[in-house]
Design a protein around this ligand. Structure first.
Ligand SMILES: NC(=O)C1=CN([C@@H]2O[C@H](COP(=O)(O)OP(=O)(O)OC[C@H]3O[C@@H](n4cnc5c(N)ncnc54)[C@H](O)[C@@H]3O)[C@@H](O)[C@H]2O)C=CC1
Ligand SMILES: O=C(O)C(=O)Cc1ccc(O)cc1
Length: 312
């Protein structure tokens, strides 16, 4: 196995993403030791039982003290609190990163509290599930998935490359872009789809009891897919929408206009409009599958120890 890239890795927050990083970093020999921090004693005890780290603490400053790489793996709304706590103890030259699904807000929240002699390289692995907590993590989560780095202007390229090497070491493909661009792209590819899922499941849940029972009984795969997404962590997703407000509202505006056009086409019996759109979107799906970006069946196998989602 190659020399570890980092001495001490501090994971602040040990849910799905933190625990997956712990498993993957250890399995690939990327760090010498891992310090795990979380807020509750119960989660910390569970992390210890799972053997996720070499040391465990409830204090973020104690975890970050002496670390070469610190990764905040907390809901995006907790980023400022984490930076405030760890800022004063960070080792000169340390790399500080995160995994938040929103980047502009995280850069603003953390930037002011980090000393000038550390390297701040925000990151977002585009990989996850609807599950949360330390038991949900697994080493292969990032395999062949994208990890987007959004270093603020002027960040030392060597630090960016070192973090990129870490993510490549746990199986991800790395891309660098600005935080603003990231937030716009993710608003339409991830945040709005989750909002649609939460909304459609909420609409079904608000129907009168007799209909609701039928919805559950006869739920076709489309609705079932939405219920999986709508089971995602409420704290995490509340924070995403509150912290990517502008980009989400911009994309939601476009989405609503397009939905209204479809509504009109249905009312007018305009089959051509519907057929043309469905033909274009089918081509997009085929393009994604050809690029090897659709891993839904492989994901199912990884989570359930089987090869196929048949029968789910
Ligand atoms: N779940 C997913 O599919 C993905 C999540 N992300 C991002 O990763 C981050 C973590 O998400 P998950 O691991 O899924 O969440 P999770 O809910 O599984 O874990 C979050 C962890 O943060 C801790 N925590 C919460 N507030 C804290 C605070 N103020 N100080 C210290 N610890 C705190 C929790 O106790 C828990 O250990 C979020 O920012 C999310 O946007 C990124 C990619 C995928
Ligand atoms: O479970 C799913 O389908 C996801 O979309 C996972 C996910 C959630 C949040 C992210 O920022 C990235 C990936």
């Amino acid at each position: 196995m190659a020399e570890p890239l980092f001495g001490r890795l501090a994971l602040i927050g040990i849910g799905l993403i933190g625990s997956s990083i712990a498993h993957a970093a250890r399995q690939n020999g990327l760090v010498k030791e891992i310090v795990v921090q979380t807020r509750s004693q119960k989660t910390l005890d569970r992390a210890r039982e799972l053997g996720l780290g070499n040391a465990y603490t409830l204090d973020p400053a104690e975890a970050a003290d002496g670390a070469d790489l610190v990764i905040a793996c907390v809901p995006v709304g907790a980023s400022e609190q984490v930076a405030k706590a760890i800022g004063p103890v960070l080792k000169p030259g340390a790399i500080v990163s995160d995994v938040g699904s929103v980047k502009t807000s995280v850069v603003k929240q953390m930037g002011n509290y980090l000393p000038a002699d550390v390297h701040f390289v925000p990151a977002h692995p585009i990989a996850g599930t609807e599950h949360s907590g330390p038991d949900a993590g697994f080493a292969e989560l990032f395999q062949s998935r994208w990890c987007i780095l959004t270093p603020p202007e002027g960040t030392d390229p060597k630090a960016v490359e070192k973090l990129a090497a870490f993510w490549r070491g746990i199986g991800a493909n790395v891309e660098v872009m600005s935080a603003e661009h990231h937030d716009l792209v993710l608003a339409i590819t991830s945040h709005i789809p989750h909002l649609i899922a939460y909304n459609i499941v909420g609409t079904a849940a608000d129907m009168e009891e007799s209909v609701r029972a039928e919805v559950i009984k006869f739920s076709a795969s489309g609705f079932r897919d939405f219920t999986r997404i709508a089971a995602s962590d409420p704290t995490m997703w509340r924070d995403i929408f509150l912290h990517n407000k502008d980009a989400v509202l911009e994309m939601l505006g476009r989405f609503t206009e397009d939905l209204t056009a479809l509504q009109r086409a249905i009312r007018r019996g305009d089959g051509n409009t519907l057929f043309d759109l469905f033909t274009r979107t089918r081509a997009i799906r085929r393009g994604i599958v050809e690029m090897g970006q659709d891993t839904s069946e492989a994901d199912f196998g990884r989570r359930h120890g089987t090869g196929t989602p048949a029968g789910e």
